[in-house]
Write a protein that binds this ligand. Structure first.
Ligand code: ZN
Length: 455
């Protein structure tokens, strides 16, 4: 399986190289919905705006918004509620949060030589948002916990708090904010296309990045940008090469006078000390010594939304229902940490994920899903080969995973069912402490047999 996958990727890479023009990147595997990207970004924005001084100067803000909106509309990346704000901070940085909020430091605006360079940074950041790199990386790094979190978000905590409990904060080193080199070259490629469509010369983006990087050794002012946007290498060369495949176009778009904006920045009150981004406290996963006794009456209740329905044990609670996932657990199976974080010792999680290609490849997508689960749960491992079953008349795979239960000293059996519904991978996760698994197994089997997927 793996070898075939790798050679498939190589083949695709070779075909692309032969063709010359790189294909525009698409958003990758993601456990978050687009709406959840937006929710997360809005929560994060509130926190960011407590730490940084957002500039209220109308002229500056309007200028950056004109450039940003031009890139969004002409660049063809609509679909998120993008916002553009200027932050009074002398360091050369800009950053975007999932779902759209973007911040440009005054230091970066001062360093730009022309509007296209400023637009280049915005286009690069917009590409990270549009390609959903932050939540893609979080999904890859913390799969099972993310699924439980998205499904089990308890009232009041908010998504940001739940992510903080997984050790995912807003710091420059967080999986949400620090991009891989692959994500960087995708953002460069996407960004240069957005620029070109919007009438900005794409080469200015690469030149600006290279100029800043060359100077970054001398000054600490741009360290944060390059630590969260590592250089994928040969930026100027890549952009020059790819520009040959863009339709020839007059560049030189102007939304205002950058020099005038730089004068306004020069008159702003001194920037406050750079926001000290507090590292989110990363507590250990909650555990408890108390092993509960879960009552099983044998009777069931029905869970139903417009996509699917199934029977679950009477008395278990729908802990929460998000747009694309639901977690159902007995009250005694939920382990609550002191700081509000949650773990499930017993649970049924059901949801759907969009495969990156738009069409499910059951074997491949199940592998990716399982890999995410295991990676995000140190000490857990896939304990069986997937076996083929049929769920709601669709091909499905059942795989056993072993992990560590939140009931201290207990191992945990996790059964994962993945269902191929062509344009969506439905998944069902059944969690039980190993010692109680014999009792739960027939119950979970009945749940699985009752699954009906409507679309
Ligand atoms: Zn980047």
């Amino acid at each position: 399986m793996r070898k075939r996958l790798v050679s498939g990727i190589l083949l695709v890479a070779m075909v692309a190289a032969a063709a010359g023009a790189k294909k525009l990147p698409k958003p990758g595997w993601n456990l978050f919905s687009k709406e959840q990207d937006v929710q997360l970004g809005q929560e994060a924005a509130q926190q960011i705006e407590k730490q940084y001084q957002v500039v209220s100067n109308a002229e500056l803000t309007a200028y950056v918004n004109r450039i940003g909106n031009r890139l969004v509309k002409q660049g063809g990346i609509e679909g998120f509620p993008y916002t553009f704000k200027v932050v009074n901070d002398d360091s050369i940085n800009a950053f975007a949060l999932p779902g759209g909020p973007m911040y440009v430091h005054t230091g970066l605006m001062k360093a730009a030589e022309n509007e296209a360079q400023l637009a280049g940074v915005l286009a690069h950041e917009l590409s990270h948002v549009y390609l959903r790199h932050g939540t893609n990386q979080a999904s890859k790094a913390n799969g099972l916990q993310i699924i439980a979190m998205l499904g089990g978000q308890l009232a009041g905590g908010g998504m940001l708090g739940s992510l903080a409990n997984l050790g995912i904060g807003l710091g420059a080193n967080s999986v949400l904010m620090k991009f891989s080199r692959g994500a960087e070259s995708d953002a460069d490629l996407m960004g240069m296309n957005i620029m070109a469509r919007s009438g900005y010369n794409p080469i200015e983006m690469a030149r600006f990045f290279e100029k800043l990087e060359a100077e970054s050794g001398k000054s600490s002012k741009m360290q944060e940008f390059f630590s969260s946007h590592p250089n994928p290498g040969n930026r100027v060369k890549m952009v020059e090469e790819q520009m040959r495949y863009l339709p020839s176009k007059q560049y030189g778009a102007q939304e205002g006078n950058l020099q005038q904006m730089q004068q306004i920045i020069g008159k702003l009150p001194a920037a406050p000390k750079p926001g000290t981004q507090q590292q989110q406290q990363q507590g250990p996963a909650p555990t408890t010594d108390k092993m509960p006794s879960i009552q099983l009456s044998g009777r069931t209740q029905t869970y139903q939304n417009n996509a699917l329905q199934f029977e679950y044990p009477e008395g278990w609670q729908q802990v929460s229902s998000e747009q694309n996932s639901v977690t159902i657990a007995p009250k005694e199976g939920i382990v609550q940490g002191q700081d509000g974080q949650t773990a499930f010792g017993y649970a049924i999680v059901a949801g759907a994920a969009q495969p990156p290609s738009g069409k499910v490849d059951l074997n491949k997508d199940t592998q990716a899903f399982l890999q995410n689960l295991v990676q995000s749960n140190p000490g857990s491992k896939v304990a069986s080969n997937p076996s083929q079953v049929s769920i709601s008349s669709s091909p499905a795979l059942v795989t056993q995973v072993q992990g560590t239960s939140p009931f201290r000293g207990q191992k945990e059996n996790v059964v994962v069912i993945t269902v191929d519904r062509q344009n969506a991978l439905y998944y069902f996760i059944f969690v039980s402490p190993e010692t109680d698994y014999k009792r739960l197994e027939p119950v979970y089997q009945r749940v699985a047999q009752s699954i009906r997927i409507n679309r």
